[in-house]
Ligand binder design. Structure first.
Ligand code: SF4
Length: 64
């Protein structure tokens, strides 16, 4: 699966970092920084939790 974020939608809540710290970080303003785009099967649960918990729907996953 391919992971994308829309930093313009991010409000800096940090939920994604808590759910999947290997994929998400935050810059000095709290805005999301994507650390990796390719999501393997082992990490899919954490990333899906990040997508679900993001209050502004700034995270998308697509593909098989
Ligand atoms: S959970 Fe969403 S709003 Fe919060 S820091 Fe991550 S991308 Fe931004």
């Amino acid at each position: 699966m391919k992971l994308t974020v829309d930093a313009g939608k991010c409000c800096g809540s940090g939920q994604c970092v808590l759910a999947a710290p290997e994929f998400f970080d935050q810059d000095d303003d709290g805005i999301v920084v994507l650390l990796a785009e390719e999501v393997g099967e082992a990490a899919a649960g954490d990333v899906e939790e990040a997508v679900f918990s993001c209050p502004t729907a700034a995270i998308e996953i697509a593909g098989p």
